[in-house]
Ligand binder design. Structure first.
Ligand code: SF4
Length: 264
């Protein structure tokens, strides 16, 4: 009786909004997934349980930030990085410890991940912190993890890694040009560096499958040109134009609401 009403109360539509920049929190995300997000493709609504899980993460942040201020360690919270063409983001906390300034990133993590992450931080946490250290020009930071199941804490001290920062900024400069100047959909990525299968949790999986299917259709059309005397392709056919850039443009300009979807 109450469960259904609570599920309905917590569930909510996910905002879809176009933008021309990336979030620091997207640094380890699939580039193709980023494309659909920045282009404002619709996401499925958030169910009640997922919304409550996100709220737990917000509670962890509030509790730890409050404690760091009470301890006299935090000097600022939710600190925005300076304006730049690539990234928007806010560092959780700037802390002062022993006369040294640190960026502190607070992460609430699944118990399995917490148990797996004992010797070095998760890659996406590490990369996010590297960007905050770079943009805020602070040499060291701390990744502070809380286990969602039992509130155990673990921390990693991290030095700014200029080589990693250079590589990430170069990769995202390329991605920015591909998406915003050339209007192209990034290819399905090499998934070897992923810490988990992002496709399983991707809110845009139907669009991604649809676009892969269109790409395969296009390749087949190119490999098998129409016979002499055959009718020309219709103007809106994905193979019309015959090169990858046109295919991607067709995808980017399609109306996401009028899609046909595939069984996965
Ligand atoms: S389904 Fe997988 S490859 Fe496709 S956009 Fe999502 S995460 Fe990327």
């Amino acid at each position: 009786m109450l469960v259904e009403r609570l599920e309905e109360f917590f569930s909510r539509a996910e905002e879809a909004r176009e933008r021309d920049y990336f979030y620091v929190s997207e640094v380890a995300k699939c580039p193709r997934q980023i494309y659909y997000a920045v282009k404002g493709f619709p996401r499925p609504p958030l169910d009640g349980q997922s919304a409550r899980r996100l709220a737990v993460g917000d509670d962890v942040h509030r509790r730890i930030v409050g404690a760091l201020f009470s301890m006299g360690v935090a000097v600022a919270a939710e600190v925005p990085i300076p304006p730049n063409p690539l990234f928007h983001g806010r560092a959780d906390v700037i802390a002062s410890l022993g006369g040294e300034t640190f960026v502190v990133e607070i992460k609430s993590v699944h118990p399995y991940q917490f148990d797996q992450t004992t010797t070095k931080p998760k890659r996406d946490h590490y990369l996010q912190l590297q960007l905050y250290l770079h943009y805020l020009d602070i040499p060291r930071g701390i990744i502070l993890m809380e286990n969602k199941a039992n509130q155990a804490l673990r921390e990693f001290m991290v030095d700014r890694d200029e080589e990693t920062v250079r590589r990430v900024i170069a990769d995202f400069t390329d991605l920015h040009r591909l998406i915003f100047r050339e209007g192209k959909l990034p290819p399905v990525p090499d998934k070897s560096e992923w810490e988990y299968d992002q496709c399983r949790y991707c809110p845009f999986v139907e669009f991604c499958v649809r676009d892969q299917t269109r790409a395969e259709l296009l390749e087949r059309e190119i490999a098998t040109p129409p016979a002499a005397g055959a009718a020309p392709l219709p103007a809106d056919h994905p193979a019309d134009g015959g090169e990858a850039g046109k295919r991607e443009k067709t995808t980017a300009e399609s109306d996401p609401k009028g899609l046909f979807l595939f069984d996965l």
